[in-house]
Write a new protein. Sequence first.
Length: 233
Amino acid sequence: MNAQEIIDYIANSEKKTPVKLYVNLNAPVDFKAAGAKVFGEGMSLVVFGDWANLQPVLAANADKIADLVIENDRRNSGVPMLDIKNIKARIEPGAVIREKVEIGDGAVIMMGAVINIGAVVGKNTMIDMGAVLGGRAIVGNNCHIGAGTVLAGVVEPASATPVTVGDNVMIGANAVVIEGVQIGENAVVGAGSIVISDVPANAVVVGNPARIIKMKDEKTSAKTALVDALRKL
């Protein structure tokens, strides 16, 4: 998706505040009339719906509610979470992946990773713990994006260029790649580096700002080789 498509999608989406109610009643309440899904029988129910619809029902029937717990994790959200059930990748608990994200076969998304709308993760690429892929960030095939790394997002301004990471790139933990930077294939970015300009293919860069210290050689390749077993489904 380009930036304008994302902007239009968010602007025109129905903003929702989904809630989950655990409710004990002392008299019947018709939650289904508010468009909710209701599970359970009798006076103990679990109710799923939007707060805009359920709040008036709860207020109007306060005298019928013996006990109530409300779970809620967002407010006026315009972008749902990605449906991951049929994706051919390993996605670990706690990853936050929004709709309109593309995830290639064999990819690995670790705990706490955040992948925003419009981002692309290539085949057999690992997004490690706590890494952040901002809106429209593009990562190629067979990459490793280290724990805590940030690939800056660019949804606004719409003219901005997204971060693009080529195939077979290794980025160390806690690196930051600012918007518009292009990282060439087979490059290596050292841990903690701040990348503010393009990185050529096969280059090894480190530091703040990141600078080229050498070109990738056999020793570097051995140290940065991916482990296929981690991508086995």
